[in-house]
Write a protein that binds this ligand. Structure first.
Ligand code: FAD
Length: 337
């Protein structure tokens, strides 16, 4: 067996919340062949498995039983389909933001709104990452998986991935698939999406057509608004924006005229950050964790925080929002175990 397992491996530097978490065993997977080896070892040991990418959407307990495996499969194949259309197939272990930047530098467009989202390519389809009016599902052609049930590698096309808002079959059927590679359909002709502020408010009409201007504005805005996990531990937006019916939206809007909401396929998507902020949580601390002082949707580790403390803080916020607005907040990151 070529896999190299590390016992009692610290994941502190591998989760952006910066929690002290120790994996019973840790291994890196560099090829589909090694996935099969890992599968054999899982069957032999009966260990549970956690797949980890950049650890930017995970809330880890102090002790992680079984095996934690990180996919490090690299690679970027670019195939020209016609004058405009480009198929880009990326290894799941590639860093997301570095890939977005590199493609832009090569004049390949379509991912610029998703710049600076932390993590790896392999995790991007799991919660269908999205920002500034674009979701990764809008650009994914297919996802190559290892299916632990069927014990084989195959491609799922976009529809078979059953993408939803911060959701996919990979999330719902957690544990069935390991994502090896992702193929994207991108373009050499700019076709920017600038429906969201500040892209439609800060950029001139000409700049709005320029993917590089969109990229720069997204990066600058994210740096201004979101705390850098290198400076202060966090997992990005901690709660999904709740979707409510038209009737509930109208009831809330009448009671709270300042409510921030966007029309959505199923009704209205409420800005969770607004709800939390208006319950007075921005900047508040509970033990060693707290709510960021500039962005109420981001919960932070102030140093020495742990999962228990974060769960208590998140629970208190959920209870407050439920009592005030009658709205349920659902956490976005995965709690493990
Ligand atoms: C500062 C900050 C800003 C963020 N902004 C955004 C944003 O704008 N939009 C957004 O959508 N998200 C955002 N996120 C969340 C996060 O960056 C994304 O969800 C990202 O895709 C997670 O990637 P990761 O590699 O870190 O995954 P991890 O956190 O390591 O894992 C996330 C999930 O994916 C699973 N997984 C990981 N790799 C694989 C694989 N190869 N195959 C199958 N399953 C796998 C894990 O088991 C886990 O369930 C933000 C996070 C931070 C810290």
């Amino acid at each position: 067996m070529s896999l190299e397992f590390h016992d009692l491996f610290s994941l502190k530097a591998m989760n952006t919340l910066g929690f002290d978490a120790v994996a019973e065993r840790f291994v890196q997977i560099q090829s589909p062949g090694e996935v099969e080896e890992l599968h054999a070892e899982l069957k032999r040991s009966g260990d549970p498995l956690l797949l980890i990418g950049g650890g930017s959407n995970l809330v880890l307990a102090a002790q992680i039983p079984g095996i934690v495996a990180q996919l490090t499969i690299r690679g970027c194949e670019i195939e020209t389909m016609d004058q405009d259309l480009v198929r880009v197939t990326l290894g799941g272990g590639e860093n997301w933001h570095a890939t977005v930047s590199s493609l832009l530098d090569q004049g390949i467009y379509g991912l610029e709104n998703l710049a600076l989202i932390p993590g790896n390519v392999g995790a991007a389809p799991v919660q269908n990452i999205g920002a500034y009016g674009v979701e990764v599902k809008d650009r994914i052609e297919a996802v190559e998986v290892y299916d632990w049930q069927e014990e084989r590698v195959y491609w799922l096309d976009n529809q078979a991935c059953e993408f939803g808002y911060r959701d996919s079959r990979f999330k719902r059927e957690g544990g069935r698939y390991l994502i090896l590679r992702v193929s994207f359909l991108l373009s050499r002709t700019p076709a920017t999406v600038t429906t969201y502020a500040p892209l439609n408010t800060e950029l001139s009409p000409n700049e709005q057509k320029d993917p590089r201007a969109v990229y720069r504005t997204v990066c600058r805005t994210r740096r201004d608004k979101l705390p850098d996990p290198e400076q202060i531990g966090n997992a990005g937006s901690f709660f999904k924006n709740p979707v409510v019916s038209q009737a509930d939206y109208e009831r809330l809007k009448a009671a709270y005229p300042g409510l921030v909401a966007y029309p959505d396929r199923a009704g209205f998507k409420l800005a969770a950050g607004w709800l939390i902020d208006h319950c007075g949580w921005k900047g508040r601390q509970m033990g060693n964790v707290g709510v960021h002082d500039r962005q109420a949707l981001v919960l932070v580790n102030l140093g020495g925080g742990d999962r228990g403390q974060l769960e208590r803080l998140a629970g208190a916020i959920q209870a407050d929002v439920r009592e005030t607005y009658g709205v349920e907040l659902e956490p976005e990151p995965k709690f493990y175990p």
